[in-house]
Design a protein around this ligand. Structure first.
Ligand code: MF3
Ligand code: CO
Length: 259
């Protein structure tokens, strides 16, 4: 079921989104060679709790899957070939030349915000830098299609077209999602698809749009021996950006933007 958010709910989502943006700004200041991913996680959790919010991902369990162990951290920190859901660890040290996706969710006042950015650490190969830039642009192009009256897959098609025309591949088995009082609501938001298809977008719909784009030819992100983390099939790097947006009169409003 797709929920339509009221003005009051949108205000609450803006507050949660601003907390997530503040965390990702702070991570941007702190992330560097030599820092462990667990240290970033600790800083993020402190920041979220200082804002009177709760980490959305900590203890998260997919609905209807009681056998899955709950997610053990505040952030997902996914490095290079790791696409998403990298679990922070005190043994994982960030290195020069890494690209690092940091995904964060915060829950406050009954609503979630969810956003991710990929940070470039020191000197990366030009093609890797381009992957990060193009993925960021894919998010912008997707958001530009999140307009009342458009169809859901107008977002998907815009993301896919920009990724493929730059020679990159789209991860198909991980998708964006509706968001609100639940972290994952309907509809799923794929990063590929045909324009002018899918449900009609309406004012008050809230979506987490999150392109996951890879070098090479991977179509799926696959679990690495029973861990949470999902990696590209061919071991090539992938990048990930995400914003929580709400469809408003005249276009999308980003809930998770800084400042
Ligand atoms: N942003 C991701 C998502 O929307 C992270 C949540 S995964 C979790 O699916 F399991 F760690 F919570
Ligand atoms: Co998400």
């Amino acid at each position: 079921m797709i929920t339509i958010k009221s003005e009051r709910e949108i205000e609450l989502m803006r507050a949660s989104g601003a907390i997530v943006a503040a965390v990702l700004d702070m991570i941007g200041d702190e992330i560097r060679e030599g820092v462990t991913t667990l240290r970033l996680d600790r800083m993020a959790e402190t920041c979220i709790r200082d804002h009177g919010a709760v980490p959305s991902f900590l203890n998260y369990r997919p609905k209807g899957e009681p056998d899955v162990e709950p997610y053990p951290a505040t952030l997902c920190v996914s490095i290079n070939e790791e696409v998403v859901h990298g679990v922070p660890s005190d043994r994982r040290v960030i290195r020069d030349g890494d690209i690092v996706s940091v995904d964060c969710g915060a829950y406050k006042g009954g609503y979630h915000g969810d956003s991710a950015r990929t940070y470039v650490i020191g000197d990366v190969a030009p093609e890797v830098g381009k992957l990060v830039e193009v993925t960021r642009e894919c998010l912008d192009r997707g958001i530009a299609q999140a307009v009342a009256g458009n169809r859901l897959h107008d977002i998907s098609a815009a993301v896919e077209e920009h990724a493929r025309s730059n020679g990159f591949s789209v991860i198909e088995n991980m998708v964006g999602h509706g968001i609100g009082s639940e972290l994952h609501e309907d509809p799923p938001v794929p990063n590929y698809g045909r324009a002018k298809t899918g449900i009609k977008l309406r004012k008050g719909m809230a979506l987490a749009i999150e392109p996951m784009i890879a070098m090479g030819r991977s179509r799926n992100a696959v679990a690495r021996n029973g861990e949470w983390v999902a990696v590209t099939e061919d071991g090539k790097p992938s990048a990930h950006f995400e914003h929580t947006i709400v469809i408003r009169e005249g276009g999308a409003e980003i809930m998770t933007c800084s400042g």
